[in-house]
Design a protein around this ligand. Structure first.
Ligand code: ATP
Ligand code: MN
Length: 466
């Protein structure tokens, strides 16, 4: 007897095998002829396996007929070809072992469909649904592809700190980390907190980006990437922001902006191609059941087979000024583009992923490479239809004098960033990198509308359940 997964049991190669399966009951149907059909799922794939439990099984009346939705069980039996629609195989049980029951009265995931909002309240049970099982498998495939993509190209996986005292120049609002007793501080009504008594003897925070630290490794090891949790305390209750999310940040020495754009495009296409190839059943589900126009797979296939549009910020502003679309925020050169402008470009105007580059220097952080025009920096964002910004990155300023000038202009202390400045002092080199939000890619490839539904336990303002 071989212990196999439902995914394996559903293939024709399994026919004739004597197997054991372990999983949970999705449905049970009793036939008048004195046997039962049990649909079993174990998370290995979207589809269930149909188990036929004969009335002659010794525990048929006592156990099999008590198997309700959500109960766990082990099944021993023979895989046979199935005459049923939509399934190649089924299992003729020789033994059914009920493991853990699920009270039919109180179990929330009965047959009826629940809304995604309702399922958020049951984050501990929602992975048992088709939608969240599929999201979990696609998320896993994307993570595997991320590592494969960089490892195949000789990038080193590095771990940047999660607790930090530098703020990556305001990439977002930060969560403070402290061991000071807030109750005591409140009681004493202290106006000034003495950080000498805090754990790190200075204010410290959860990281908003590992970029600055990743640069130090790129400037020693060439090509590196980070892949870890990232925290932003921005109070934006949108369908695209989480307080805790995962970010992938490659950083490359001897790389300039065009190399960076090419890497970003190749990287995204690899992720899309891999889910299309390796998650076919789940992707068909998203296409049919989640995507409004049922064109998800077709759109992704089109994207992997075409070049992304590359467009300078200035060209983008010209397009936005010339179009007859009414925007809430009027467009003007020098402004930070709003999501409505980004969406117009990628969805309406080009209907394609768009890489925007060369942004006005006044709206971008100090570390971006300054162009000779004195007005723009070599930043880049990748925008995709339906989601908007998915990647933000830049070529970094590697010239010591320009960097110091830029920091002074933005009233940043070179002493605070002494180690970052040192990289420009010793063996400086053009380098570049970007950050990809993991949950935004998952949203894009699944067409799930809300980012809270593509991470197991979402953290958002006012909500930290489970
Ligand atoms: P946005 O403008 O969408 O808030 P950003 O410009 O603040 O994003 P970056 O600092 O460029 O974001 O971060 C790099 C990437 O990380 C983004 O392109 C996005 O994919 C992802 N990201 C940023 N903030 C969040 C968030 N709060 N939740 C989930 N993903 C995020
Ligand atoms: Mn950005």
């Amino acid at each position: 007897m071989e212990l196999i997964s439902v995914r394996e049991a559903r293939t024709e190669q399994a026919i004739g095998k004597s197997v054991e399966l372990r999983g949970w009951v999705r449905t049970r149907r009793d036939s008048k002829a004195g046997f039962s059909f049990i649909e079993v799922n174990d998370g290995s794939c979207l589809g269930n396996i149909q188990v036929i439990a004969d009335g002659k099984l010794e525990n048929y009346e006592t156990d099999v007929k008590g198997l309700t939705v959500g109960a766990s069980l082990r099944v021993e039996g023979q895989v046979v070809a199935s005459g049923g629609k939509g399934q190649a195989t089924e299992v003729q049980a020789t033994r059914v072992i009920a493991v853990g029951g699920a009270d039919a009265e109180s179990y929330p995931l009965q047959k009826k469909q629940h809304t995604l909002e309702k399922l958020r309240e049951w984050a501990h049970l929602r992975p048992r649904t088709n939608t969240f099982g599929a999201v979990a498998r696609v998320r896993n495939q994307i993570c595997r592809s991320i590592h494969q993509f960089y490892q195949e190209r000789g990038f080193l996986y590095v771990h940047t700190p999660i607790i930090t005292a530098s703020d990556c120049e305001g990439a977002g609002e930060m969560f403070q980390v402290t061991t000071l007793d807030l109750a005591t501080i409140a009681k004493r009504e202290m106006a000034n907190i003495d950080y000498k008594f805090d754990f790190f003897d200075r204010p410290s925070y959860l990281t908003v980006s590992g970029q600055l630290e990743a640069e130090t490794y790129a400037c020693a090891l060439g090509k590196v990437y980070t892949f870890g949790p990232t925290f932003r305390a921005e109070n934006s209750n949108t369908s695209r922001h989480l307080a805790e999310f995962w970010m992938i940040e490659p950083e490359m020495a001897f790389f300039e902006l065009p190399d960076n754009m090419q890497l970003a495009e190749d990287f995204l296409k690899r992720l899309f191609r891999d889910v299309l190839e390796h998650c076919q059943e789940d992707m068909a589900f998203f296409n049919e059941r989640i995507d409004e126009s049922k064109t998800l797979i077709e759109r992704l296939q089109k994207i992997v087979n075409a070049d992304f549009v590359r467009l300078s910020y200035t060209e983008a502003v010209d397009i936005l000024l010339a179009c007859d679309h009414k925007f809430d925020y009027p467009v003007k050169w020098g402004m930070d583009l709003q999501s409505e402008h980004e969406r117009y470009l990628t969805e309406k105007h080009f209907d394609s992923p768009v890489i925007l580059y060369n942004y006005p220097r006044i709206i971008k952080p100090f570390y971006m490479y300054c162009n000779d025009d004195g007005k723009t920096v070599r930043g880049m964002d990748v925008l995709v239809p339906g989601v908007g910004e998915i990647i933000g990155g830049s070529q970094r300023e590697h010239r010591l004098d320009v960097l110091l000038e830029r920091m002074a202009e933005m009233q940043l202390s070179a002493d605070d960033y002494w180690w970052y400045v040192d990289l420009r002092r010793y063996g400086t080199v053009p380098h570049a990198g970007f950050g990809l939000g993991l949950e935004r890619v998952i949203q894009f490839v699944t067409s799930m509308g809300n980012i809270r539904d593509v991470i197991p336990f979402p953290r958002t303002p006012g909500s930290c359940d489970f």
